[in-house]
Design a protein around this ligand. Structure first.
Ligand code: OSB
Ligand code: MG
Length: 371
């Protein structure tokens, strides 16, 4: 297969509710959507980058630049048999996993559409439904947070994740446990603590959390290993796992007992599957994280989450938890049992509404083969 044309869209899409984490507050998402064309078919992918390098070192502008000047020229010269060959095409370019992941995702969608199979099947997925959890940002008040938890529980979400940071942590978790003693609960610090906070973090053990996600530095493995040795709560790494190699190091060091796999953070679905396989060999469960994706990235995340070792509920929530109107149709909905269907149609199994995509596009570029 030859990619004949690549389109890039920088979008700015308002969130229904602002999302606040230890690193900042977002009211709308800025990210790069790509479309790859071949033989009259089109595949879509999403790079869930942000405006500023606060979660990941990548940004919307670095993604745009690296795709335009480095990755798209490589893709437009390649001859591909299968999407798993894309990482080798991109190998000369160091880093920039999200920029790579968006393009690779589009090739997965295109290839699966041409073969008439879902991306999930092409990847080796085994599940037609995955368990959904929800990630709740930092709220103006504890009472407000408890109300959100109540509402999401009523909708059916199977696990609640709350964002924490210094000053919004122990007392908040204690209030949640008082109101909801038994719910599957976890906390995500997005690297807001340092090793000197270990005595406080160890106190979280009383809350019997499913896990504590990325308490320490975004690129650390050693301090997490030391913290894990002193805590009964399983640690889960998100930011620190940027490649399958980093996952191998974390598993060898004992830096965590669970890994949050975001396909975009590790460079794409091929790398996500490699991290999944490594964790499975180490008996370490994984779950699929999210980056407030549009329906395009959400569909690719669902395909990843259909792999067998994704045994914990993921941050793959319904479209209406994020958007007034998603850019795909049908939107993603939560089943009453708290699961979400993995689309079974060709490719990502949902249709991209070009009119809606264009309505949120703030910059567009087209790159023809040989152009
Ligand atoms: O740390 O998992 C994270 C959103 C943006 C950046 C980082 C994270 C998140 C979330 C939201 O937790 C997950 C989602 O609902 O997509
Ligand atoms: Mg996280």
């Amino acid at each position: 297969m030859r990619i004949e044309r690549v389109e890039q869209f920088l979008i700015d899409m308002p969130l229904r509710q602002p999302f606040e984490t230890s690193f900042g507050r977002e009211e709308s998402i800025h990210r790069v959507i790509v479309a790859v064309h071949s033989g009259g078919a089109v595949g879509y992918g999403e790079s869930p980058v942000e405006l500023l390098p606060l979660y990941s070192p990548e940004t919307a502008e670095t993604c745009w630049h690296v795709q335009r000047d480095a990755l798209i020229p490589l893709l437009l010269r390649a001859e591909l048999e299968h999407p798993t060959e894309v990482p080798a095409v991109f190998r000369p370019v160091r880093g920039h996993p999200m920029a790579k992941a968006g393009l690779e995702a589009a090739v997965w969608d295109l290839t699966a559409r041409q073969a008439g199979v879902p991306v999930s099947r092409l990847l080796g997925g085994v599940r037609e439904r995955v368990e959904s959890g929800v990630s709740i940002g930092i709220q103006p008040s504890v009472e407000g947070l408890l109300e959100h938890i109540d509402a999401y529980r009523a909708e059916g979400y199977r696990r609640i994740k709350v964002k924490i940071r210094p000053g919004w942590d122990y007392d908040v978790l204690a209030a949640i446990r008082k109101r909801f003693p038994d719910i599957p609960l976890m906390a995500d610090a997005n690297s807001a603590y340092t090793p000197t906070d270990a005595p406080l973090l160890r106190q979280f053990d009383v809350f019997e959390l499913l896990m504590l996600e990325q308490p320490l530095a975004h690129d650390d493995l050693l301090d997490h290993a030391a913290l894990q040795r002193g805590m009964s709560t399983p640690l889960c790494l998100d930011e620190s796992i940027t490649t399958p190699g980093r996952a191998r190091e974390a598993l060898e060091l004992g830096s965590c007992r669970i890994i949050n796999i975001k396909p975009a953070r590790v460079g794409g679905l091929t790398a996500a599957r490699a991290v999944h396989d490594l964790c499975q060999a180490h008996d370490v469960p994984v779950w699929c994280g999210g980056m407030l994706e549009t329906g395009i990235g959400r569909a690719h995340n669902l395909a990843a989450a259909s792999l067998p070792n994704f045994t914990l509920p993921g941050d793959i929530s319904a479209s209406d938890r994020y958007w007034h109107q998603d850019i795909v149709e049908p939107p993603f909905v939560l089943n009453s049992d708290g699961t979400m269907d993995v689309p079974q149609g060709p490719g990502i199994g949902v249709e991209v509404r070009r009119d809606r995509l264009e309505a949120v596009t703030v910059r567009r570029a087209v790159y023809p083969r040989g152009g």
